[in-house]
Design a protein around this ligand. Structure first.
Ligand code: ADP
Ligand code: MG
Length: 323
C-alpha cells in the first residue's frame, strides 16, 4: 500500500533551484534512505514532506489525499508524518522526561506514564531522564527528539541526518534504537544522510539526490552495484576506474573485487604499493603503476610494504560500466 507519494516536487529559493521534479512513493513499513551531498536539498525535501514548508510545484499525497498547503494550516507539521529536524527542537530547560511527556500532554496520565516508559526503553535514555535537554550529548538529544516524534506513533517518520555528529558509542546506541524501530513493522521512514554506508545499511530503497534531482532509486545493492552514472558510483563507495570501452562507456571495479596474484599470466595490472591505511577491520592499499594510474584494494592482512611491487587481478564479471 502506498502511504506517501511525492509528485514532481520543485522548490526555488530566489534564483536557487533547490529541488526539481522530485518524485517517489513510500509504501507502508518501507524505509527510504535519501543520499545526497551537503546542499543537495535533503532538508528542504523533508520539510516539505513534513509540512513545514510548501513546494512551488508538484504535490504530496498522503493515503491518496493531497496535503494542505502549510500556509493554510493552523499549526505547522502533520499528525501522522513526524519530522525529527536536523537541529532537534527540544525545550532546552526541560528534562528528557518532561520533553517526551509534553508530546503526550493531552492523554490520560496513566497511559502517558506507560507510553513514556516504553519510549525511554526504546531509545535507552533512562540514565539521563532527569537531565536538562541543553546538557545532553548530541546522540542523547537526537534520541530524545526521536522519542518525542514517536510518542503518538506516526505512520511516517522523517529523520534528518540521524547519524550526523555522533561519535562511535552514540552511533551504536542510535543504530540499536533504529534497529528496534525497524522491527515495528508498520511504521514507514524516510531518512536523509550524506553517508553512503548509512543509506546502504538502513534502507529498503535508496534515492540519490544530486542538486535537487533524484538521479537513481533502487535497492542498496542495485545502487551500489549498478550505479546510474559515475557520480552515483563515486558517492556510494570507492571506485577504481579502468578506462573506456570501445563505445566510450567508462569501466570501473570496486576495491573489494581485486585480488593479488603471484602468477604473471593472471595479472591484469602491475604497480607498487604507495600507501597503506589501517581501517580497523581491514587494510586499504593504494597502488600506482608506471602510467600513474591508481588502484585501491583491501586485505585482511598487513602483509605488503610501501614500495613493494604487486600483481593484481580481477574477474571481468566484476567490471561495471557507466556512461
Ligand atoms: P541539505 O539538507 O542537503 O544540506 P538543504 O535542503 O538544507 O540541503 O539546502 C539546499 C539549498 O537550499 C542550499 O543551497 C541552501 O542554502 C538553500 N536553502 C535552504 N533553505 C533556504 C531558505 N530558507 N532560504 C534560502 N535558501 C535556502
Ligand atoms: Mg540538511
Amino acid at each position: 500500500m502506498t502511504l506517501l507519494r511525492a509528485r514532481a516536487l520543485s522548490k526555488l529559493f530566489e534564483d536557487n533551484q533547490v529541488l526539481s521534479g522530485v518524485s517517489f512513493t513510500l509504501r507502508k513499513g518501507q524505509w527510504l534512505g535519501i543520499l545526497g551531498e551537503s546542499g543537495s536539498g535533503k532538508s528542504t525535501l523533508l520539510r516539505i514532506l513534513g509540512r513545514f514548508a510548501d513546494q512551488d510545484e508538484g504535490e504530496v499525497l498522503y493515503r491518496n489525499e493531497r496535503l494542505t498547503p502549510v500556509r493554510d494550516q493552523l499549526i505547522p507539521g502533520h499528525k501522522a508524518i513526524k519530522l525529527v529536524h536536523q537541529e532537534f527542537e527540544l525545550f532546552p530547560n526541560q528534562t528528557v522526561l518532561e520533553n517526551i511527556s509534553y508530546s503526550l500532554r493531552f492523554y490520560d496520565p496513566t497511559y502517558r506514564q506507560e507510553r513514556v516508559e516504553e519510549l525511554m526503553q526504546l531509545t535507552r535514555l533512562h540514565h539521563v531522564q532527569d537531565h536538562k535537554a541543553k546538557l545532553l550529548s548530541g546522540g542523547e538529544k537526537q534520541r530524545t527528539a526521536i522519542a518525542k516524534a514517536l510518542a503518538e506513533l506516526p505512520d511516517v517518520l522523517l529523520l534528518d541526518e540521524p547519524f550526523a555528529h555522533l561519535d562511535n558509542r552514540n552511533r551504536q546506541a542510535m543504530t540499536e534504537a533504529i534497529s528496534r524501530l525497524r522491527k515495528k513493522e508498520d511504521m514507514a521512514c524516510i531518512f536523509v544522510t550524506h553517508e553512503a554506508s548509512d543509506a546502504l545499511a538502513w534502507s529498503d530503497e535508496v534515492a540519490v539526490l544530486r542538486e535537487g534531482k533524484i538521479i537513481q532509486i533502487g535497492t542498496p545493492l542495485v545502487v551500489y552495484d549498478q550505479p546510474a552514472d559515475a557520480y552515483v558510483a563515486e558517492l556510494t563507495g570507492s571506485v577504481n576506474w579502468l578506462g573506456r570501452t570501445g563505445s566510450g562507456s567508462r569501466r570501473f571495479i570496486r576495491p573489494e573485487k581485486i585480488k593479488i596474484t603471484r602468477n604473471q599470466e593472471k595479472s591484469k595490472w602491475e604497480g607498487v604499493v604507495e600507501t597503506i591505511r589501517f581501517r580497523g577491520s581491514y587494510w586499504d592499499y593504494q597502488c600506482t603503476n608506471s602510467k600513474k594510474e591508481r588502484i585501491a584494494f583491501y586485505r585482511q592482512k598487513a602483509d605488503l610494504a610501501v614500495g613493494e611491487k604487486v600483481l593484481l587481478t580481477y574477474s571481468e564479471q566484476d567490471v561495471r560500466l557507466v556512461d
